[in-house]
Design a protein around this ligand. Structure first.
Ligand code: HEC
Length: 215
């Protein structure tokens, strides 16, 4: 009698155990160390508001004193004003002409500049189309004399800060890429001649008293 009771109780316990384990679990149960179980990582495009209140340290800035891999050690010395523009012609392309990947520079030119300035550098890209395109202002033709005379430094100034109706390209192209694209334009203007020559002839010494801008 006793034995039978025990086996019934045992069977009931087994059934209970099997039933309780079956089916999808919706409850994660108790987390022993929630910090390890749930990532505090900042999700791409997620709001960064009130992160501090949630105990998350996020500054959106790189650690001070560090620099991104491959970043150029070049500091553009002039501010975004008329004096800076006038002085910009003193600045030379810091890239070694032999190190410039012209295929890559052309690719970037066609993506970021060609839409306005034209694949042929004639100022007649698809956004302008002789005035029939959607862009309201005529882009400069790099094949015109004034643009051939413009130094790399002044081009860099305008591409970095923007010029009149043309916006800044500093956020799309990093320092290295901006100089690369300019070297490409200069090469095309010279009909395939070497880069960096136009500025060399007249370039005086750099005005070191000018404001450091970090650009
Ligand atoms: C959305 C159209 C557009 C794009 C894209 C564009 N530009 Fe321009 N760019 C213009 C216009 C318009 C002007 C004439 C601005 C003015 O009125 O002086 C200009 C002028 C210039 C000048 C002459 C600036 C000066 O100091 O007079 C340079 C150099 C130049 N662009 C380089 C570039 C380069 C390099 C790129 C690609 C990184 C580029 N542009 C992309 C529209 C564009």
């Amino acid at each position: 009698m006793m034995k039978k009771l025990w086996s019934i109780a045992g069977l009931a316990a087994l059934v209970l155990l099997v039933v309780s384990c079956g089916g999808p679990r919706r409850n994660p149960g108790r987390a022993y160390m929630p910090d390890m179980a749930y990532s505090r990582a900042y999700e791409t495009y997620a709001s960064t508001e009130n992160l501090k209140a949630k105990g998350i340290n996020y500054t959106a800035m790189p650690v001070s004193g560090t620099m991104a891999r491959g970043e150029m050690l070049f500091t553009y010395p002039y501010a975004n004003d008329s004096a800076g523009y006038a002085n910009s012609s003193n600045v030379k392309n810091p890239l070694n002409p032999d190190s410039i990947d012209m295929v890559e520079a052309e690719r970037k030119y066609l993506i970021y500049c060609g839409v306005c300035h034209g694949a042929k550098l004639d100022g007649n890209g698809p956004l302008w189309k002789d005035g029939a395109g959607p862009f309201p202002a005529a882009p400069k033709s790099f094949m015109a004399d004034d643009m051939k005379k413009m130094t790399e430094g002044t081009m860099y100034h305008s591409v970095t800060y923007g010029k009149n109706t043309m916006g800044s390209y500093a956020s799309q192209l990093n320092v290295h890429d901006r100089w690369g694209v300019i070297a490409y334009i200069k090469k095309k203007q010279g009909g395939g001649a070497a880069t960096a020559d136009s500025a060399k002839a007249t370039a005086p010494k750099m005005d070191t008293a000018a404001v450091k801008t970090g650009k």
